[in-house]
Structure formats: structure tokens, C-alpha cells
Design a protein around this ligand. Structure first.
Ligand code: ADP
Ligand code: MG
Length: 360
């Protein structure tokens, strides 16, 4: 069952600036869905249109199968958690959470029961009497989540809710959000510019740039099979090879790359000579050794000779930057004490992705 569907949604501000450009999205009931992209790419504008604070210039939005364009925000079964929490400073935790129920004049015993449930869910026991100024960042965030969930929306929108927290706490709140999502079972639409946040928590991710959705998929799909250089670069780190096809064989094609000379790539799609191609090779897929590798029969193994230029030891991995001629290649692997100075770079032929350069 579909929860939120955007069909060809465009938002143009001031008759001139296209902030959201023909976006179509289908978000399933109960999933954790993320909009991921750099600052200014239109994420908040999409949330505001789903919430009803903005109308699309073109296109349509449905919630649980019903067209919601024109429905005022308070009549949509949608609620939002904002980055800055937006708590009422003069109300204590209990009354902040109870606010929307009181507006609706729900009976007192019902208010108490629902607020108590939210306090349990967000682990705010022991803090109900406190004022917002007496709370830590993480606690304020939990109050904001409790307040947004207390009216039982069918969709919760979260706009960079963890951006104001430090890294350790952010990691902790992510786990809590995941638990809360599992417990309430409603659709979460999460906005972030942080790829590791989106990767670790989402069922599906829409990667955005300049108002458009560039790729939609599971975290695994967008990391392992990016559709173009933007996605490959935005989701994690990578090495690019760009060049023209100079030879095509049965299983391989030869690319004359700008940075590393002629390199063979496995041909899992038809290519013809002269086409411009871009390849993304993740640093953790690159092998750095001292010994000359032996290619299995029939395999065209690329072997590049380089010099270790930089070693960043991080404990769980080491980031090597290897100079190959005038160019550099990144390789991430567990630390090896004898890897310095002259090394050999190689990789298997099923560990990279490539696309035609004019697809980017
Ligand atoms: P994000 O949340 O991804 O950082 P936003 O959706 O906030 O991006 O903004 C997308 C673009 O639209 C930005 O360039 C922003 O300046 C512009 N924008 C947002 N709201 C308005 C508005 N009310 N009027 C004019 N431009 C706006
Ligand atoms: Mg934003």
C-alpha cells in the first residue's frame, strides 16, 4: 500500500527559480524513506509540500490514496519534526507533548494516557516536569518527536532532526529513531545531507541534486550501483577514470584514461570505439601490494605502479593515497606495516561501475 505519492511535482519560487523539478516518488506505508542531497537541493521544499505549508506549482500529491493538494496542514495526517525542535519555551515537557491534544479539547484522561505513552516511547520518564531550557539537546529532540507523534499521524516528516547534535549523540539518536519507527509502524520521511545517516537507517533513499531526483534505491543500490558521477561521489568516496574507448574485445574494452593511461574494463554492456566512459572504483576495492599479481587465465588484470604519497592511519582502516605518475588513487584497507614507497595497484574486474559520460 502506498502512503505518499508525488507525481511530477515541480515548485517554482517567484515565477523564476525552480527549487523542485518534476519529482515523482512513491513511498510505501510504514517505510523509512530518506531524501538525501546537498544543501539547497530542494529537500525541505518537498517536505513542506507534503506537510501543506507550500503548494506545488505543478503536479500532484496523494496521501493514502487521497489527493491532498489544497487540504490545510492541520487537516493532513502528517506531522513534522524540525531541526531546531521548535518547543514552546514556557511549557514543560508534558504540556509541550500534550499541546495538540489540548487544542482539540480531548478529555483530560485521554490526554494523560496518550502523553504517557509517548513519554515511554521516547524514554523521557523522569523529565516530564522540566522546562525546555533544562533539557539537553538529545532530550529536546525526543520531546519534539513525542509531540509530533502524539496525535497519531500516518506520516512523520523529519527535517534534519539530528543536525544540531554532536556525532556520538547523533549515532545514538539514530538507533532510537529506528526503534521508535519500528514501534509506531508509520511512514517516516527523513531529510538529511549526511549520507552515512541516510545509509544506516533507510529502507529507500532518494538522492537529489538541484531539485531533481538523481537516483532512487536501497542504500545498497545507491552505494554499489550509482547511476552517475554525482551519486558515486556524494555517497561515499571513490576514484574516477574518464576516457574514450580505444579498443573493444569480446569481454573487455580498453579505455584511454586521462589520468592513468590505457586501462582494461570488463564489458557488461555494449560499447563502441570512441565513446566517452566514466568509471567509479571505490577505494576499499583497490588492492595495494608489493608483489606482482598473477592474472587468472582470460582475465585482463590492470597493474599500475605507484608510490605511496600519504598514509592516514585510522585504526579500523588506513587510507592510502598512491601517486601514479601525476595522478592519485585512493585505497582504503587494513593497515599493513610494509606498505610504503613503491607499491603495485590492482583490482578485480567486477568491483567497479561504469556509465557513458553523457549520462551524467
Ligand atoms: P534543502 O532543504 O535541500 O537545503 P530547500 O528546499 O530549503 O533546500 O531550498 C531549495 C532552494 O529553494 C534553495 O535554493 C532555496 O534558497 C530556495 N527556496 C526555498 N524556499 C524559498 C522561498 N520561499 N522563496 C524563494 N526561494 C526559496
Ligand atoms: Mg533543508
Amino acid at each position: 500500500e502506498y502512503s505518499v505519492v508525488l507525481s511530477n511535482v515541480t515548485k517554482i519560487f517567484d515565477d523564476s527559480f525552480t527549487a523542485v523539478d518534476n519529482v515523482s516518488l512513491t513511498i510505501e506505508q510504514g517505510e523509512f524513506f530518506s531524501l538525501l542531497g546537498p544543501s539547497g537541493c530542494g529537500k525541505t521544499t518537498i517536505l513542506r509540500m507534503i506537510a501543506g505549508f507550500e503548494d506545488p506549482t505543478f503536479g500532484n500529491i496523494t496521501l493514502n490514496g487521497k489527493n491532498i493538494i489544497g487540504t490545510p496542514p492541520n487537516e493532513r495526517e502528517v506531522n513534522t519534526v524540525f531541526q531546531n525542535y521548535a518547543l514552546f519555551p514556557h511549557l514543560n515537557v508534558f504540556e509541550n507533548i500534550a499541546f495538540s491534544l489540548r487544542l482539540r479539547r480531548e478529555p483530560e484522561d485521554q490526554v494523560r494516557r496518550k502523553v504517557k505513552e509517548m513519554i515511554e516511547l521516547t524514554r523521557l520518564n523522569g523529565h516530564v516536569e522540566k522546562m525546555p531550557s533544562q533539557l539537553s539537546g538529545g532530550q529536546k529532540q525526543r520531546v519534539a518527536i513525542a509531540r509530533a507523534l502524539v496525535g497519531r499521524p500516518t506520516v512523520l516528516l523529519l527535517d534534519e532532526p539530528l543536525a544540531a547534535l554532536d556525532a556520538k549523540l547523533r549515532q545514538h539518536m539514530l538507533v532510537e529513531l529506528d526503534t521508535i519507527h519500528d514501534e509506531v509502524g508509520i511512514t517516516f520521511i527523513y531529510v538529511t545531507h549526511d549520507q552515512s545517516e541516510a545509509m544506516s537507517i533507510s529502507d529507500h533513499v532518494a538522492v537529489m541534486n538541484e531539485g531533481e531526483i538523481i537516483q532512487l534505491g536501497t542504500p545498497f543500490e545507491v552505494y554499489e550501483s550509482p547511476v552517475n558521477a554525482f551519486v558515486a561521489n556524494f555517497i561515499g568516496e571513490t576514484n574516477f577514470f574518464t576516457g574514450n574507448v580505444v579498443k573493444v574485445e569480446d569481454e573487455y574494452f580498453l579505455l584511454d584514461t586521462e589520468k592513468f593511461g590505457e586501462i582494461w574494463f570488463y564489458k557488461d554492456m555494449e560499447v563502441i570505439e570512441g565513446q566517452e566512459i566514466q568509471v567509479s572504483l571505490r577505494p576499499e576495492k583497490v588492492k595495494v601490494t608489493r608483489d606482482m599479481p598473477v592474472a587468472p587465465e582470460g582475465v585482463k588484470l590492470n597493474v599500475l605502479k605507484g608510490v605511496v604519497d600519504e598514509t592516514i592511519y585510522l585504526g579500523n582502516q588506513t587510507k592510502y593515497t598512491v601517486a601514479i605518475g601525476q595522478s592519485y588513487l585512493k585505497a582504503f584497507k587494513q593497515h599493513v606495516r610494509y606498505l610504503f614507497d613503491e607499491v603495485i595497484i590492482t583490482w578485480k574486474d567486477d568491483v567497479y561501475v561504469w556509465w557513458f559520460a553523457d549520462d551524467s
